[in-house]
Design a protein around this ligand. Structure first.
Ligand code: NAD
Ligand code: GLY
Length: 366
């Protein structure tokens, strides 16, 4: 097991990553001087698989586990869950020194993290991520929150976890489509920050897709390192942290126009990265070889680079409404070489439209 650190002064925290890392939970709770009850927030898919084991580890630490379960799925990432989780915390007598454990994917992590941010004006929480998206992205960095019918992730708080425990063996049960969607975020980390990581994804596809733990450890650890460095440098997304939104400006628009149901988040990010590649080429920042290399890697993981029915105008409109747009101005993250990106706020509507149009084709082999 390796331990990385998110360096945020007195709010710094460890990320323990490895096969079997979950066994470190009692030690983590002891380091945090946990007392009394620990709430384990999970969802209806993950709870039956892993809550009992987590509860046993909490009991081993001399603490009382309290399981709080929400229905799985993005549609349930709503403010009502905060009311429900906090109601359970109150009923079980959790106090200001209690700890909340988020056991699940990004949805559980965002909801449980926001409940922890709100309960008693903020209690500590531990992330135990169980999807690739959560292990390489959402469990690190302290963005928590829920969706509103008028916008995704529009109600939330920055609330850093006290520990992140990433156990790769929890991925055993993850459905293939979720695995592939999560790998889009790893490919993203390669494009924005590390050509060697990108090259690794190109050359280790079969082992990664078969969930070979030896093959998965490097991309997961490296992604966490990249994210930890970015968060330490720019916790509140004043500048550098926006790099993590590569593919997301287009991707969020695509998720919105497809009602958050047609594509998983990572699939929309894959489409968004391809559009961002087309935009970078249009701007003369990269050549065709870059776009084709990125496209080949995305497609090698069974992720989309085209959507023939993409509604270009509606997607542009949704992008303008996204919370990342400021006063209607969109910030685009574009690559200028593999492993390095830059920010652009001077993109014309025509250029954005042309980039989206690059997605409007039948998939290869269709
Ligand atoms: P998710 O949490 O919905 O999990 C995907 C599905 O897999 C769910 O049905 C879940 O029950 C199931 N599942 C999870 N782990 C499993 C396992 N080990 N075995 C079997 N099934 C399992 O989705 P996600 O992709 O993990 O996260 C997406 C969410 O994360 C979105 O809401 C997105 O906004 C958020 N997110 C947040 C951040 C952040 O910085 N806070 C970053 C990226 C994404
Ligand atoms: N997922 C983007 C961020 O954490 O900033």
């Amino acid at each position: 097991m390796k331990t990385l650190t998110v360096a945020l002064g007195d709010r710094s925290y460890p990320i323990r990553v490895g096969a079997g890392a979950l066994d470190a939970l009692p030690e983590a709770l002891s380091r945090l001087e946990a007392k009394g009850s620990v709430a384990v927030c999970t969802d209806s898919n993950v709870g039956p698989l892993y809550a009992q084991r987590v509860n046993e580890l909490i009991a081993d630490a001399g603490l009382r586990p309290v399981t709080c379960v929400m229905h799985a799925g993005e549609a349930n990432k709503r403010l009502a869950r905060i009311d429900e989780f906090c109601g359970q915390f109150l009923a079980e007598g959790l106090d200001r020194s209690s700890i909340v454990v988020a056991l699940g994917g990004g949805v559980v992590g965002d909801v449980a993290g926001f409940a922890a941010a709100c309960y008693m004006r903020g209690v500590r929480f531990v992330q135990i991520p169980t999807t690739i998206v959560a292990q390489v992205d959402s469990s690190v960095g302290g963005k928590t929150g829920v969706n509103h019918p008028l916008g995704k992730n529009t109600i939330g708080a920055f609330h850093q976890p006290s520990e992140v425990i990433i156990d790769l063996t929890l991925l055993d049960t993850l459905p293939d489509r979720e695995l592939k969607a999560g790998l889009a975020e790893v490919i993203k980390h390669g494009v924005i920050a590390d050509e060697a990581l990108f090259a690794y994804m190109e050359t280790h596809r079969d082992a990664i897709l078969s969930k070979d733990l030896e093959a998965l450890i490097y991309p997961i650890e490296r992604s966490c390192e990249i994210k930890a460095e970015v968060v330490a440098a720019d916790e509140r997304e004043q500048g550098l942290r926006a790099n993590l939104n590569y593919g997301h400006t287009f991707g969020h628009g695509i998720e919105a126009v497809s009602d958050y149901t047609r594509f998983l988040h990572g699939e929309a990010v894959a489409l968004g990265m391809h559009a961002a590649g087309a935009l970078a080429q249009e701007l003369g920042l990269v050549d065709t070889a870059f776009v084709e290399r990125q496209q080949a890697c995305i497609e090698a993981y069974g992720l989309p680079t085209s959507w023939s029915e993409l509604p270009v105008d509606a997607t542009l409109e949704a992008m303008r409404r996204d919370k990342k747009a400021r006063a209607g101005t969109l910030k685009f993250i574009v690559a200028d070489r593999m492993g390095h990106v830059t920010h652009r706020t001077d993109i014309t509507e025509e250029q954005a439209r042309a980039a989206l149009s690059a997605l409007c084709r039948e998939p290869a082999g269709a």
